[in-house]
Design a protein around this ligand. Structure first.
Ligand code: NAD
Length: 427
């Protein structure tokens, strides 16, 4: 990956297309590369074909999909990260009809669109090539209008595929800084802050390896309540209610929302902070949905991974760069797609659990744990030991900052193998 001076990151235009170089500021990538995004989606599809469908031919895969595997899937937050992988695995692994909802921007003559825009475009094109039915909706998942659009899309796609309009898997994978409550019209903003006391920890600039101490002041009561409003379970329940009201929920419907717990040293900023409180609310929502008897809901606790949302969480890049190194050395590193294939094949849709939701392996609090490898004692002890030794001099040696940077770049379509980044491309 080329890392250069400011000028090198500029977007250059010439002729009819443009050459796009990454523009990164403070662990936020401001642009994306369409061809790289598309190639990264194709790589995930290939992984699923090899590891889940185990068939190159989607028609054969459809015939051999296990009985009880999902047939009509709604993914809320489908364009990037865990949601994108959940959709790819359901479609290309089980040949499910998929309706995806996300909030992305198309490109313009001045600027490429958001990565998710290109991911969705590629997903739909690849699904079509494989004779899979899919529909992607772009807009605010928190709104009543989007829920109505999704209901319509579920009916339409089911009709095209010739299957009953009964959604049997709903994946809730939103990561959003803001939500407008459709009932009150009030816009709430989420924050990532500790509660009670300030939190200090090291953070890592993934582009230049600089380590800086960062301190975050504790959240106010309002900030806690607003974060729960945005990232908690209220909207998940509203989605399930909307599908049920419209009669498009399958009798044995399953739904999963994603969460993170992480190591104890991060709890003040994550698990016991504002976001952790929102995730507790997500767990309560899962219990309420299951208790309502219309669907079985789980919270799945996933591994810490580099996605667009996660790179800006304080201490996260520092911890994850070391974690990646340790997990790669032990041969147990996974990305979003490996995590989701394991979620489906070893948790939600095993031979036993496909017909009996009570057989889905869960922890003592009823949560699915696919963060099990990250949380292994040997992994945690070694990660924490190394974190204490890291300095500016040894950061490249003791951490996998290069791997973190690669994943971060890849999430925006850069640094993807097989792409000519000097070539002009259309938008
Ligand atoms: P991400 O940023 O890659 O994806 C977020 C998705 O939400 C995108 O598809 C985006 O378009 C969509 N979205 C955001 N606001 C929206 C809106 N108003 N309307 C419609 N769509 C909207 O995030 P991610 O890291 O994959 O996180 C997904 C979930 O997984 C989150 O709940 C997160 O807490 C959880 N999780 C993430 C990690 C991690 O390390 N990344 C670990 C465990 C759990």
């Amino acid at each position: 990956m080329q890392i250069g001076k400011k000028r090198k990151w500029l977007l250059c235009t010439s002729g009819y297309g443009m050459i796009i170089k990454p523009m990164v500021r403070n662990n936020i990538c401001l642009n994306s590369h369409p061809a790289g995004c598309e190639k990264a989606v194709q790589n995930q599809i290939d992984y699923v074909r090899q590891n889940l469908a185990k068939e190159k031919d989607q028609i054969i895969a459809k015939e051999s999909a296990p009985a009880g595997s999902p047939a009509l899937v709604l993914v809320i937050g489908c364009s990037t990260g865990y949601g994108l992988s959940s959709r790819i695995a359901a479609a290309f692994g089980y040949c499910a009809v998929t309706v995806g909802v996300s909030f992305e921007k198309a490109g313009s003559s001045a600027k490429p669109g958001t990565p998710g825009w290109y991911n969705n475009r590629c997903f739909d094109a690849e699904a079509k090539k494989a004779n899979l039915v899919s529909k992607t909706l772009n807009g605010d998942a928190f709104s009543n209008e989007m829920k109505a659009e999704a209901v319509k899309a579920i009916r339409e796609t089911a009709a095209i595929a010739g299957i009953p309009a009964k959604t049997d898997l709903i994946v809730y994978s939103l990561a959003s800084p803001v939500r407008t409550d459709p009932l009150t019209g009030i816009t709430h903003r989420s924050v990532i802050k500790p509660i009670g006391e300030a939190f200090s920890g090291n953070t890592l600039d993934i582009m230049n390896g600089a380590i800086t101490a960062a301190s975050v002041e504790p959240a106010t009561e309002d900030e806690i309540a607003n974060t729960i409003k945005v990232m908690g379970g209220e909207d998940w329940k509203l989605w399930l209610e909307a599908l049920d009201r419209e009669g498009i929920l399958a009798p044995a419907a399953r739904t999963v929302g994603y969460s993170y717990i992480g190591p104890e040293f991060s709890w003040p900023i994550y698990k016991n902070g504002t976001l952790g409180h929102a995730k507790k609310d997500l767990e309560s929502a899962a219990a309420e949905i299951t208790g309502g008897g219309k669907a079985t809901a789980w919270v799945s606790v996933n591994k810490a991974l580099v996605t667009r949302a996660s790179a800006v969480i304080p201490i996260f890049p520092f911890y994850v760069s070391v974690l990646y190194k340790v997990m790669k050395e032990k041969g147990i590193h996974e990305g979003c797609i490996e995590q989701i294939v394991r979620l489906y094949t070893e948790r939600l849709y095993t031979k036993e659990s496909t017909s009996d939701p009570a057989s889905v392996p869960v922890d003592s609090e009823g949560r699915i744990r696919i963060d099990d490898l990250e949380m292994q004692e040997d992994v945690q002890l070694e990660t924490i030991r190394r974190m204490e030794l890291i300095t500016a001099e040894n950061v490249n040696e003791l951490t996998d900052i290069a791997g973190f940077r690669h994943d971060f770049m890849e999430a925006h379509g850069f640094d993807v193998g097989g792409i000519d980044y000097e070539a002009e491309i259309g938008r």
